[in-house]
Design a protein around this ligand. Structure first.
Ligand code: KG4
Ligand code: ZN
Length: 342
């Protein structure tokens, strides 16, 4: 019988501190997540210095909890995987520093993980038989990227946004509509009470596979300005619904186009915005029977360490050791706040 392989993941790229233990890159033994929402709420956005300090203060306890919940000894850990970018530099430095310290203290290999890859690998935790090749749409606070994944650790970007990311657009629209931080989930809830047809907004459409959300954002701003003080709660809900519909349909129009151009068996829609209820429903309808759609569970859409552990494992030599596939490497855990898909 093959022995199991355990990866301990650490995620600190933005405002979630998380530590997870994942078995063979697929089975979550623990995934402890601390959200800093309460810390940043009063500022209406993430304050990088506060975020970094909070990661540092909370990591030791979260680490202890993750190991305990997983029911393992630290000596059982085969690999440490830590997010190296993209993200906030101070926050990434905390995670990588702790990862390096643990790797030295426990004499274990450490691998640096691309956070964007992590979002795709969250889908592997959701569907245990999912393997590349696949077509992925990663929609988060900073990215709206369409990627092809021909194999483990290999990604080709085929579409991206020219300006705002979808999550950023949701957050800014939420602020205009007077909703609190974080904006995306609040806008999602408000939109459920609205009717897009009552306050129609333009659908952004660029040629090819590119996105743009800045025009839509301006349209919302002008509409709110025109309504002025007469704006009602129902208007706001209708505008939230119209804004959400425009973003979601624009995201899916390009996914549809990419799927038509080069059919694949598996499609993954992941990242924080993949928690959006309309996107979840419409993605299933748009992909239809053409491919199998995997969207990570809500907890695995937003930032978490289990996805980092999975990505670290599948791109390391350990994935070969358990007989799944050859290759992979331990990647240097060098912080790169502006890391792309490479
Ligand atoms: O992936 P993520 O947790 O962090 C980044 O890597 O950026 O994504 C965070 C983004 C935020 O912009 C947040 O507003 C958005 O995901 N988000 C949502 C929902 N839940 C989170 N946007 C729309 N609807 C949601 N339900
Ligand atoms: Zn993320």
């Amino acid at each position: 019988m093959q022995s199991r392989s355990l990866t301990l993941g650490i995620e600190t790229s933005c405002d979630e501190t998380s530590v997870a233990v994942v078995e063979d890159g697929r089975r979550i033994l623990s995934n402890v997540i601390h959200s800093q929402v309460d810390l940043h709420k009063e500022f209406g956005g993430v304050v990088p210095e506060l975020a970094a300090r909070d990661h540092l203060e909370r990591l030791p306890h979260l680490l202890e909890m993750a190991v305990k919940k997983a029911g393992i000894e630290t000596d059982d850990v085969d690999l440490l995987a830590v997010t190296r970018g993209p993200g906030l530099v101070g926050c990434l430095l905390v995670g990588v520093g702790v990862g390096e310290g643990l790797a030295a203290a426990w004499s274990k290999p450490l691998t640096g993980v691309n956070h964007l890859w992590g979002h795709i690998y969250a889908a592997m935790l959701t569907r245990p038989d999912l393997e590349p090749p696949l077509l992925g749409l990663v929609v988060s606070g900073a990215h709206s990227d369409l990627v092809r994944m021909p194999g483990h650790g290999r990604f080709q970007v085929i579409g991206r946004t020219r300006d705002d990311a979808a999550g950023e657009a949701f957050d800014k629209a939420a602020r205009m509509l007077g909703l609190g931080f974080p904006g995306g989930p609040a806008l999602d809830r408000l939109a459920r009470k609205g009717e897009p047809k009552r306050q129609p907004l333009p659908r952004p459409s660029l040629p090819g596979l590119e996105y743009s959300f800045s025009g839509l954002k301006t349209a919302l701003l002008y509409r709110l300005r025109d309504l002025g003080d007469s704006v009602t709660d129902q208007d706001r809900a209708d505008l939230a619904a119209a804004f959400e519909q425009s973003v979601v349909e624009s995201l899916l129009e390009k996914l549809d186009r990419a799927l038509e151009a080069e059919p694949v068996e598996d499609v993954v829609v992941a990242g924080g915005v993949a928690a959006n209820s309309l996107l979840r429903r419409r993605a299933a309808e748009v992909v239809g029977k053409r491919a199998r759609l995997t969207m990570p569970s809500l907890e695995l859409c937003t930032d978490n360490a289990a996805m980092i552990a999975a990505a670290g494992y599948f791109t390391s030599p350990l994935a070969g050791e358990v007989g799944r596939r050859p290759g992979g490497e331990f990647r240097p855990a060098v912080v790169d706040p502006s890391l792309g898909w490479d």
